[in-house]
Ligand binder design. Structure first.
Ligand SMILES: [Zn+2]
Length: 67
């Protein structure tokens, strides 16, 4: 299982998703004006560390895919 982080600039958020999450599969490799997807991480912990390292105010996990 892999995790990925979506960094959203307007909301100042870094959100951790599972790579199977619909949000990721729809937006894969899509760089938007609002933010970007990180590379994938082998564990939730690594993804969370990356999310914290972005300096975004809100670090969270997706309610739909990360348990
Ligand atoms: Zn998700």
């Amino acid at each position: 299982m892999s995790h990925v982080v979506y960094v959203n600039h307007p909301t100042n958020k870094a959100m951790v998703h599972d790579t199977n999450c619909g949000k990721y599969t729809y937006r894969r490799r899509d760089e938007t004006i609002n933010g970007y997807w990180s590379g994938t991480f082998g564990s939730l912990e690594e993804a969370l560390n990356y999310a914290k390292g972005t300096g975004k105010k809100n670090v969270d996990t997706c309610a739909f895919c990360v348990k």
